[in-house]
Design a protein around this ligand. Structure first.
Ligand code: IPE
Ligand code: IPE
Ligand code: MG
Length: 250
């Protein structure tokens, strides 16, 4: 992982970028390759993106790598994705640490093989003190699952007398989500042409700027990312206010 030192003139970069990395399979098909080739190339895109985030001073990056619905794929592909995740964690863990990247994993990891679960724990513990870039990987993640597990935990807290009914607010609910340590995403990117959220961060994307591109994830390079950042920089985030209010009080 080479960290380029060149400065960059894109203003107003997002604090937190969340990505649905889609199009690996179609990228491979286009080239007459097996789907796995697309997934492997997709991992290369991730490793190239990390130094770019550092260069652009984006402190939070969250990537959707395996959804709670992806178990519906043919078992051979599911196994392959799990194996790829496991081998990538093993080969990249030290490099993440050396580059000051903190790894977090969100999603119901209990459904994965024990070996992968312990590798995840190891990688997260190894990088826990890093703060240059917060990389979060969502695996066996679903926004509905996240909200459901938060509801269950809140109900348990109420039963134990630790939470009162009037204390249940949006910020309390946020504090029970798997993303409790992360700020809300500012920019959501979906590659691969589909225009849907596919059960990603349903609660957390409430006021996120959405960006969809036809580019397949394995082809999503620095130029594509810069185009996205430039478009984001030009958007006016109003959060319910009028445009005049935003200009006036900026
Ligand atoms: C995204 O690429 C990767 C995962 C969902 C794991 P896809 O595998 O969905 O690629 P397409 O959509 O079939 O092209
Ligand atoms: C979303 O991609 C999940 C990930 C990128 C991990 P999918 O390719 O699974 O999404 P759908 O099923 O086409 O909406
Ligand atoms: Mg897809």
């Amino acid at each position: 992982m080479n960290i380029p030192s060149a400065s960059c003139d894109i203003q107003n970069v997002p604090n937190h970028v969340a990505v649905i990395m889609d199009g690996n399979g179609r990228w491979a098909k286009k080239l007459g390759l097996p789907r796995v080739a697309g997934h492997k190339k997709g991992v290369d895109t991730i490793t190239s993106l990390l130094p770019i985030c550092r260069k652009r001073k984006i402190p939070y990056l969250t990537l959707f790598a395996f959804s709670s619905e992806n178990w519906r794929r043919p078992p051979a592909e599911v196994n392959l994705l799990i194996e790829l995740l496991s081998s990538t964690l093993e080969s990249e863990m030290r490099r993440l640490d050396e580059n000051g990247i903190r790894l977090r994993v969100i999603g119901d990891v209990t459904q994965f093989p024990k070996r992968l679960q312990s590798r995840i724990r190891q990688a997260c513990e190894l990088t826990v003190d890093n703060d240059v870039l917060n990389l979060t990987i969502a695996i066996n993640y679903g926004g509905q699952w996240d909200i459901t597990q938060a509801c269950k935990a809140i109900v348990e807290g109420m039963k134990a007398g630790q939470i009162e009914n009037q204390e249940i607010t949006p910020s309390l609910i946020s504090s029970f989500l798997s993303t409790k340590d992360l700020p809300e995403p500012d920019l959501f990117i979906r590659t691969g042409g589909e225009k849907r959220i596919s059960n990603f961060l349903l609660w957390q994307l409430a006021y996120t700027e959405l960006y969809f591109t036809d580019t397949y994830w394995p082809d999503f390079d620095e130029t594509c990312f810069d185009e996205t950042l430039t478009e984001f920089a030009g958007r006016q985030r109003r959060f319910g206010k009028t445009g005049d209010q935003i200009v006036k009080f900026k």
